[in-house]
Ligand binder design. Structure first.
Ligand code: HBI
Length: 363
């Protein structure tokens, strides 16, 4: 197996420029980066993380970079121009990376931004790019496509559905994702409420989950950063009697404890969710997942075994799936998470990805 020949690597991981790690503004990629760092360290590689100042990462070497945060790519239109603020933290991160690159074997980029891809050919060390979202803008599609062409094996994604949104789908490595499942406690006896977890923004489709629970009169607990205040206020105005409760943005430790008490997690993405980290966090706690048949969650949920897949944007479909919840064995949910989405399982996929990159650099 080529992977067993993979030497212990010195790796530099460069985080998203939209928020400090631990702020919640970086969304799923904050947890993804931390889990990737931990699974690489567990495999004996050495890891240093570069992230915006204010980032918090326990016991992983961290270089904090000052500068102004990048605006989120999903808030741009398809023909959005590439923009950088003055004193951009993205530019400062990659300036630092350029200076220290020779101390590392491979750099891993987590930013869904033009600059790291544009700089790739000028670096003297290979850059592995973990693309965290599906196709959003023409400028990003173009620059990622160029790197996918020029540097085979360096582009990784979280799901086939996400890869399918790009013209270079066949050049994407499907890393899926992985979590430290020891942080998630299996709970076999839920309360009566349902759960919704995620950045509260229009692409996440929270209003559909609210409409479903209003119809069923089953309480819905909501966790996550309120990224779009007016979107959240509209939901409350449009569904004044819905049995919903906003429970804030919790640390993984507190979230998993609360999530585990839920009868099911509802995932209602209006966009192609690249993966759907919260689906794994729910399964790890024994919580079945009801998700639209769209994007990453559709590759995670095993119908009638770990949850139900629903016709996208169908509130009636959500209602029908919720009525079939008792058919799901919560122990199967935990087992599935352990089989496919543990740090160890992702570590194996990471080493295959990195091995292909290191190998293709040698000739
Ligand atoms: N937008 N410009 C930009 N850069 C990112 O790295 C980025 C983003 N939007 C969302 C995001 N990253 C993360 O929430 C991903 O986990 C989706």
């Amino acid at each position: 197996m080529a992977v067993s020949q993979l030497p212990k690597l010195n790796l530099l991981l460069l985080s998203t420029p939209v928020g400090a790690i631990g702020s919640g503004l970086g969304g799923g990629v904050e947890l993804t980066l931390t889990n990737i760092a931990r699974s690489l360290i567990a495999l004996g590689h050495s890891v240093t993380v570069v992230a915006p100042e204010g980032s918090v990462l326990d016991e992983i070497p961290l270089v904090q970079i000052p500068g102004n945060l990048q605006i989120t790519a999903q808030s741009q239109g398809r023909d959005a121009l590439i923009t950088l603020p003055a004193n951009s933290v993205l530019g400062n991160c990659w300036n630092y990376a350029r200076q220290v690159q020779h101390q590392y074997d491979v750099l891993i980029n987590f930013a869904y931004d033009w600059l790291p891809f544009y700089l790739t050919p000028s670096f003297e060390r290979p850059i592995a790019h973990l693309v965290s979202m599906g196709s959003l803008t023409d400028a990003m599609d173009h620059i990622i496509g160029e790197v996918a062409e020029q540097f085979p094996n360096t582009i990784a994604v979280h799901s086939l559905a996400q890869a399918d949104t790009f013209s270079f789908r066949d050049r994407c490595f499907n890393l899926k994702n992985g979590f430290d499942l020891s942080q998630y406690q299996f709970n076999s006896t839920p309360n009566n409420h349902l759960a919704w977890v995620g950045r509260i923004a229009s692409e996440k489709g929270l209003e559909d989950a609210v409409a479903a629970v209003q119809q069923l009169e089953i309480p819905l607990k909501i966790w996550g950063v309120i990224q779009d205040e007016s979107y959240w206020n509209n939901i409350r105005a449009n569904y004044p009697n819905a049995p919903i409760e906003y429970c804030g943005f919790l640390s993984t430790q507190d979230l998993q404890k609360a999530l585990g008490q839920s009868r099911a997690l509802l995932m209602t993405p209006h966009w192609i969710e690249a993966f759907g980290n919260v689906a794994i966090e729910a399964l790890a706690c024994g919580v079945p997942v009801i998700a639209y048949r769209r994007g990453g969650p559709a590759e995670i949920v095993k119908e009638s075994e770990t949850g139900w897949l629903v016709e996208p944007d169908s509130v009636a479909g959500l209602v029908e799936a919720i009525s079939k919840l008792e058919k799901i064995d919560r122990a199967n949910c935990r087992l599935d998470a352990e089989r496919e989405y543990s740090l160890e399982a992702m570590g194996k996929r990471l080493e295959i990805w990195l091995d292909r990159i290191v190998q293709s650099q040698n000739f």
